[in-house]
Design a protein around this ligand. Sequence first.
Ligand code: PHE
Length: 350
Amino acid sequence: MSEMENPKQIVEEREKEALEALTKENSVQGLTEWKNSFLSKKSPLMQLMSLMRQIPNELKAAYGKLVNDARNAVEKAFEEKMKKAQEEALKEKLEAERIDLTLPGRSYSQGSINPYWEIVDEMSDIFASMGFDIVEGRDVETDHFNFELLNVPKDHPARDMQDTFYLSDSLLLRTQTSAAQAHTMLENEEKKPIKMICPGKCYRRDDDDATHSHEFGQIEGLVVDKGISLADLKGTLELFVKKMFGEKRQIRLRSSFFPFTEPSVEVDVSCSKCGGKGCSLCKGTGWIEILGAGEVHPHVLEMCGYDPKIYSGFAFGVGVERIAMLRYGIDDIRRIYTNDVRFLKDFTEK
Ligand code: PHE
């Protein structure tokens, strides 16, 4: 290839050509197009370096500097212009898009926490404040934990009341959170004292009506230690009821039967509507049943590794929806499950 005639002149010409074309562009779009033709790899200005081969060795350094200076000058001129053009464009856009702050905003309907969870949270708080741990159970249980370890052997008639959904001969959807009692006792290898509640869903083949559902929530309570008596159960539940329903409410214990507690009791709370005189809500008795409870059966303690001669305990199981219905005056359990926002709103506004 022949040597270039006047390299300096060529560089200056290409620089001038680019700068002249730049003076004609003022818009972002025009400048972008200019950049594509004058600063692209194949542009005459950018190609100057590849002409280096044609420059005699002793002039190569000076030529390189010349090209770089020209390129920097053109790039700098372009950047300044582009910056101005972009500022200008932004200004125009802001002018054109004035926001009218006087327009009313769009309103979104807000949901609220389902009363079911309100009650679970509140009861968890109340029992946690009394020093109870909150334990997570499992929805799918074995026959062994749901029934046998709770003193309900295979042909026990108590199984009739708790028919459920079987996944296999020995796996089922738990009918009661009481299954968590056996887990907690067995998993407690050092056989330390226990004070826990276990909230969770339970399942039974119940006919669904205003007060029953095939799927419902329960909160199990279990205390195991030396010297735990029915008086401890009563004191604990009395405190719970007063915190949940108000200072004026009282409880009463009625004798009952559960295979895994002895003695067993049904716990009633004094009626909120009539204060105990008798009305339609409490069916004239002045009391409303809220939960089942009792002293842990010695055989259950024994099966779960606690020596009943040393340890005793109490347990209770309370229906979450039942508490929600009493607390908020809900007449039909199904309202809790349908998630109708109009119904749920009542609890946001409470
Ligand atoms: N698991 C019993 C039920 O579902 C309630 C209960 C729990 C009773 C703990 C006594 C002790 O009916």
